[in-house]
Design a protein around this ligand. Sequence first.
Ligand SMILES: Nc1ncnc2c1ncn2[C@@H]1O[C@H](COP(=O)(O)OP(=O)(O)OP(=O)(O)O)[C@@H](O)[C@H]1O
Ligand SMILES: N[C@@H](CCO)C(=O)O
Length: 318
Amino acid sequence: MRAGERVAVSVPASSANLGPGFDAVGLGLGLRDAYAVHVTSSPGLELALAGEGADELPTDATHLVARALHTALEVCGEPWVEELGEQGLGLHLECRNAIPMSAGLGSSAAALVGGLALGFALARGGALTDADLTLVNTHAGIAEGHPDNSSASVYGGLTVSWMPSPRAVRTARLAVHEGIEPLALLPQTTRLSTSTARGVLPSVVARADAVEQAARAALLTHAMTADPTLLLDATSDRLHQEQRREVYPESMGVVDELRSLGHAAVISGAGPAVLVLARVEVAEAVVTEVRSWGRTWRVLRPGVAAEGVRVEGVRVES
Ligand SMILES: Nc1ncnc2c1ncn2[C@@H]1O[C@H](COP(=O)(O)OP(=O)(O)OP(=O)(O)O)[C@@H](O)[C@H]1O
Ligand SMILES: N[C@@H](CCO)C(=O)O
């Protein structure tokens, strides 16, 4: 590394689960955080934060993007801040966040994916290979503990991920049917940490529920890629939403109401955001319906992220 090198990446938000795909299925959303790292000639780590969470996140090496950057540089055998300081160099990290935090839109997964991608891109002189993306996917999925959000942030589109062992992540990436528009509904103030939402889940599942969940999860991939008319049936869940009702009662009310009108509404990830997988011909009507309630819900129409994490710029100053 030398002073003047700079790499920038952007990384999409994601919605996880989509109903029955708990901890496995993710959808990349067209709302992106932007991160950049600059090698400077002043030793130490400096962070500049803007956008969502900027006034509450740490501005030192404990920041999630910085931690992920550190991991990637270590994997590549590159020096971290202390060692760089001995060479008279430092790192300046910029994070511009568009993804709301603790909302259910995969902000922490995006931070991990973005930080790892920055580190690999910096170590490789600016480009990310498929092998690098596999490493990002693996490290981010393991760090999150479940790969659904992080894989969607790595690859965009619809992702189905599984962990053959606690140290391995695999992902199949599918193209979303063009007749589907994702709508994200956000309560104005409510936040919910993923760990709180995971803490209320029972550890045992009845066989009848497991059987039905497997059928719906299989149907989900078909509905999302080939036949959106099946989305209402394909987004029915038996494993986590009802079990978590107490931690997001208002969101469940919205899901119930929209589903009773025939729309494929689910809790987005661990909530409290609600995701509606609307057929494009009814998307406008869903937005009008939600706004007519007069409740304080924000409607986002981010579209599907066709691309996952990507390098946005590389600069080497002499
Ligand atoms: N963009 C970010 N940059 C730095 N740290 C973050 C970022 N997003 C989340 N974090 C950290 O991760 C912690 C856990 O986030 P949490 O998993 O609750 O939110 P989330 O990822 O937005 O939610 P979800 O996974 O349900 O979509 C936050 O408290 C914060 O410390
Ligand atoms: N699958 C995860 C997504 C949240 O990060 C959950 O529902 O707990």
